[in-house]
Ligand binder design. Sequence first.
Ligand code: GLA
Length: 386
Amino acid sequence: MTTEQLKEKFIERYGSGEVKGYFSPGRVNLIGEHTDYNGGFVFPCALSFGIYCLIRTTDRQTVRFASLDMPFEAEVKVEDLNKSIGKEWVNYPIGVFAQFMKKGLSFDLGADLLFYGDVPTGAGLSSSAALEVATAVMINDVYGFGIDRIELALMGQKAEHEFALVNCGIMDQFVSAMGKKDHAVFLNCDTLAYDLIPVILDGVKIVISNTNSPHKLDSGKYNERVAECQAAVKAIQPFKQIATLGEISWDEFLKVEDKIENPTVRNRARHVVSEIQRTQDAVKELKSGNLIRFGELMNGSHDSLRDDYEVTGIELDTMVDEGRKINGVIGSRMTGGGFGGCTVSLVKDESVDIFIQQVGLNYEQKTGIKPLFYVAEIGDGGKRLF
Ligand code: GLA
């Protein structure tokens, strides 16, 4: 849908007058999975698709929420914008309004809002972070609060914790707020120091394969992994003083690994610590143009997420296995939280068509589900469009 069409839809619903439009992207993570809430490194890029949000302020003391692609509408009094309204999608933007109120800021005007997303929801491409960041960037601009971008990302993350009850890390909101066209964000999730690294893929595309098996972050499995990582930190503490798994190097981990008695907790920690190392190595390889080694690290990441972290499952594993069989595939792994969702693969230009055709066929044959493919374009972080 074009921005002109979006404006028309807004006017159809709310009547004519001035309209402002904002956009924040979904993301694909190239490597560094389940490391963010462990104070580790991540390496995601913002996508060209995401969530659009149109707004007009009003002198009614309510905010009206509607979406072109999600069911459910709501009208909420401005003083009630800090109260959850259950499991509907509206709860995400409301959760963001609530974060502004928590800072002691108030809304002197009501507003009419219309949302639209072209990022697939529930596919592990961070449609929820895109929704939170689009809302945060919009509120900040329209109401003139002057909060900086990184703080807006943190507010989006808090909204997710408090209103969606997922104890997520900062990766998704950060890249949705701070991403840059044709760059990946190399982020230290402990200090929030970051580098924008140009993604120069000579003759290679980033292909996203959607298993069309919804990832279920709110199913409790995500929070279970967060808790298992905290248990690993506790088990390591008598031997090395750490506050997060991000504070122990791979070599140090090898020395204390067998002190972690619970084998599941040990495996979870092994994934996290090795993934943090892989992420740092991968960024070095990309910078020096060694895509082959970058792809091997992507493969290593998936295998570790499958074997030690156990967040893949039959659909993601089948997609990755089928992808790796294709000539011209440099690396392939799950991306995002896991338990369904998408994979990300580096595929040589000349193999992209055959990849989509062959992997699509074989995946459908094996799982009975029709997948979807997108050739990723790396876009900018959240911004005002008009
Ligand atoms: C989800 C979370 C992120 C991150 C990833 C896994 O996308 O929202 O914070 O933990 O899973 O890397």
